[in-house]
Design a protein around this ligand. Structure first.
Ligand code: BT5
Length: 274
């Protein structure tokens, strides 16, 4: 077992992930621009499903809509995985769901606390952001060519006060006071993810359990929210998500479905920015 302060070891990861879809093609970079950008290039060149890219540091880490993802070298999890699912493009959100759920489960096992999920792509602890998922994909003639899922998860980082107050950030270390092995956390997360993906891709198994779990973990459910989509603003109470991953918001004019995309959701009187 690796020591907590050690970096990632591809051989050790491959051994721990043997038999899993993520054990076959693992790429580790000490420094990279963005693991998502790199993996998208590999995907276009034909990389196999399950390819995993991990970095100790990103010089241009990305959030959604070109936002920045911040991290300090060697302290957090920054990685991306490649899927080539046989799913209709409108069902793709289930992958973001299982990725975030695998993150929450691994955090619980490693840190002993329950994190929540903020639709569409954040991992939260109460009002603080612990991690985020970036889902990028390509569709050709109605068929998904690839999906790259990237996650930034704050592990052994003590975010400086100005970052915490600006973004409302937290980390596993900040929540528990204990440093943990990033590699072990990653292994456990990927084992859960592989299992969940098996269920999602199987024609004989139902993904309903993930929608239920997602709603159970939702920090939005039942809360008054303001949703901003471009210039449109919708106010109401957040309800659950439907089978296409759209969030229902109950407004004075009835129920509105908000599709995951270029939206920002704030809890009224809270500080949760998307
Ligand atoms: C996300 O975007 O939350 C998705 C973040 C995905 C990052 C991973 S790292 C590995 C892979 N490679 C990449 O290049 N990206 C992925 P979004 O919902 O747009 O949130 C971005 C916002 O979160 C920023 O504008 C800040 O407000 C805040 N933020 C930035 N860094 C943070 C951090 N380390 N912890 C918490 N919040 C952060």
């Amino acid at each position: 077992m690796n020591n907590i302060s050690e970096s990632f070891d591809v051989g050790r990861l491959a051994a721990a992930l043997e038999g899993s879809m993520f054990g076959k093609n693992i790429i580790f970079k000490e420094t990279i621009g963005s693991t998502n950008v790199f993996l998208k290039e590999l995907a276009k060149e034909g990389a196999t499903e399950g390819t995993l890219v991990i970095a100790d540091e990103q010089s241009a880490g990305l959030g959604r809509l070109g936002r920045k993802w911040l991290s300090r070298k060697g302290e957090n999890l920054l990685f991306s995985v490649l899927f080539r699912p046989d799913l209709a493009p409108e069902k793709l959100f289930v992958l973001t769901m299982i990725f975030a759920l695998a993150g929450v489960k691994a955090v619980h096992e490693a840190g002993g606390f329950e994190a929540g999920i903020k639709w569409p792509n954040d991992i939260y602890v109460e009002t603080k952001k612990l991690g985020g998922v970036l889902t990028e994909f390509s569709v050709l003639d109605g068929k998904i060519q690839y999906v790259v899922l990237g996650m930034g998860l704050n592990v052994n980082w003590r975010p400086p006060a100005e970052i915490t107050s600006k973004y409302g950030t937290t980390s596993i270390l900040k929540e528990t006071g204990v440093k943990i092995s990033r590699e072990r956390l990653l292994i456990s997360l990927l084992k859960h993810l592989g299992r969940y993906y098996g269920i999602v891709s199987s024609k004989n198994q139902d993904s309903a359990v993930f929608y239920e779990r997602w709603n159970e973990k939702s920090v939005l459910l039942g809360k008054p929210v303001i949703v901003q989509m471009g210039n449109d603003i919708i106010e109401g109470e957040a309800a659950g998500i439907d089978r296409d991953g759209a969030l229902s918001v109950v407004t004075a004019d009835g129920e509105k479905k908000i599709r995951a995309g270029d939206v920002s959701v704030k809890i009224v009187n809270g500080r949760r920015d998307a």
